[in-house]
Design a protein around this ligand. Structure first.
Ligand code: ADP
Length: 476
């Protein structure tokens, strides 16, 4: 499958003909190509997006919602094909790809329904002949940058509220996974949004990023990716003062208290750690277990992990390959570093190449006796590794959990109601899962604090990110 850019209401090759290959991480096979955009292509896509806003903002919320609903139905109809392309270029098990497509579609449906509920305020004036109105308006043309770990859901979580609010969009997917995004744009094209409202571009991220960030007409950027790139976007946005939503790296702690339900704690660990082979920004990255339940927890987790199967995402597996060499090396180096510094290997521990050519696989791994100075305890791992530390008191667990510059997701397990309230209040994170490892859905405010970024995605909170407030004072 060969992906094309999409702007001015049509699919486009590059003016200089450039393309780059797209690779299946299971076996390294080239499965398609995408456009390597040149500066002129990027400018055309920006101009199209800016022009599209002038059209889209005049559509009524009902019209916007109706088109979004049609898009939702079309995505559901194409869900098998989308899931297939996703597994091909990203590697995740087909069952996970199917779940992602439906999760992605859920944002479109939610915002299709919410578009008509955007409303402002009428305030009481200070003078009898004065009227005060507060209007909610679309923020303008939006630049959307997405990562490879959720090639469709990260697009719809941004695009659907942007379109519902009345913004036009320019989407730049990850260069690892442009094909799912391209297929989605084929669907968007058929749904018949007015020309220039939705736009799509692939290529060198630095070049595209710089060019779009320099454009005064693009008023908002929504980004999911690394903290380093998020920080760069903050700097680049200063000149034109763009509004930003940044969903950046995480380093989620998971705490198991002695009064936890062990089966919930183990299931929560599996859910928050092994989905997408641990390549998830809200994946558990550190586990803290209270001394009295440590042996039982490790034994039960080992038993559960032994059942996980790795392999091609098109077979009946739980874990697919790691996305690329850099991702694989990072995991391997973090595990080696932990073992060199005295960690105990309880299960797994090695990487292998099970693909035909050079697919990157890492065994599900359990490490204990983890110490703060081990790299895995502060750096995001993005792999199927569970590093465990023992603690004694609740205060100690909270201090350990909060000892991170990141603040995205956190999890803890306890059956004690008072403790549940104390700990959820004390955790310095944007999201807290209590007795669960599954926290994502379309209506909730997904997002972080500290180096995990700012802004929220999902629900009414996510819609606010694409609206700006205008106050109107009228003297009669
Ligand atoms: P990861 O390491 O998980 O790939 P990145 O932050 O590098 O995370 O990538 C997330 C998204 O950001 C991708 O779409 C990528 O192409 C894009 N990106 C990377 N560098 C830049 C940049 N300098 N400007 C804008 N986007 C970028």
């Amino acid at each position: 499958m060969d992906s094309l850019n999409y702007y001015n209401g049509a699919f486009q090759t590059s003016l200089n003909g450039g393309t780059f290959p797209v690779v299946n991480p299971f076996d390294g096979a080239v499965v398609g190509s995408a456009v390597d955009s040149c500066p002129e292509d990027i400018q055309l896509a920006i101009d199209s997006t800016i022009a599209g806003f002038e059209v889209w903002k005049h559509h009524t919320a009902k019209e916007r919602g109706r088109l979004l609903y049609r898009l939702y139905e079309s995505v559901i109809e194409a869900s098998d094909e989308l899931a297939h392309i996703m597994t091909l270029e990203q590697g995740k098990p087909l069952k996970e790809s199917r779940i992602e497509v439906h999760y992605a579609a859920s944002f479109i449906k939610w915002y299709a329904e919410e578009a008509t509920r955007i409303s402002g305020d009428i305030l009481e004036p200070n003078h009898h002949n004065q009227r005060i109105a507060v209007l909610k308006e679309p923020v303008g043309p939006v630049f959307i940058i997405t990562p490879w770990n959720f090639p469709l859901a990260m697009i719809t979580r941004k695009l659907a509220p942007a379109l519902a609010a009345g913004c036009s969009v320019l989407v730049k997917p990850s260069e690892e996974t442009p094909l799912t995004a391209f297929k989605f744009f084929e669907i968007l094209h058929k749904v018949n949004f007015p020309p220039k409202v939705v736009n799509f571009i692939t290529g060198n991220p630095k070049l595209i990023g710089e060019t779009v960030m320099n454009s005064a007409g693009i008023r908002k950027v929504s980004f999911t990716g690394s903290t380093a790139v998020g920080q760069l976007l903050v700097v680049q946005s200063a000149k034109t003062m763009k509004k930003l939503s940044l969903e950046l790296g995480g380093h989620a702690p998971l705490i198991v208290f002695e009064d936890a339900d062990l089966s919930k704690a183990v299931q929560g660990t599996l859910d928050s750690k092994f989905r997408n082979c641990g390549q998830v920004c809200i994946a558990t990255n550190r586990v803290y277990v209270q001394a009295g339940i440590f042996d039982d927890y490790v034994m039960a987790l080992k038993k559960a992990v032994e059942n996980l199967k790795s392999g091609s995402g098109f077979e009946d597996v739980d874990l697919g390959p790691i996305i690329n060499q850099a991702g694989f090396d990072k995991i391997q180096n973090q595990v080696a570093d932990a073992l060199a510094k005295g960690a105990t290997l309880d299960y797994g521990g090695s990487g292998s190449s099970e693909g035909q050519n050079h697919g990157y696989f890492f065994q599900p791994t359990i490490l204990s006796q983890m110490k703060k100075e081990m790299r895995m305890m502060s750096e995001e791992t993005f792999g199927p590794i569970v590093p465990i530390t023992v603690f004694d008191t609740e205060e100690e667990a909270i201090a350990l959990a909060n000892d991170s510059p990141f603040g995205l997701a956190s999890y803890f397990f306890t059956e004690n109601l008072s403790r549940a309230y104390r700990v959820q209040g004390a955790l310095a994170y944007g999201m807290v899962g209590v007795n669960t490892g599954k926290i994502s859905s379309e209506q909730v405010p997904f997002g972080g604090v500290k180096l995990s970024g700012y802004g929220r995605e999902g629900g009414t909170y996510g819609l606010e990110e694409y609206l700006q407030t205008k106050y109107v004072c009228t003297t009669l």
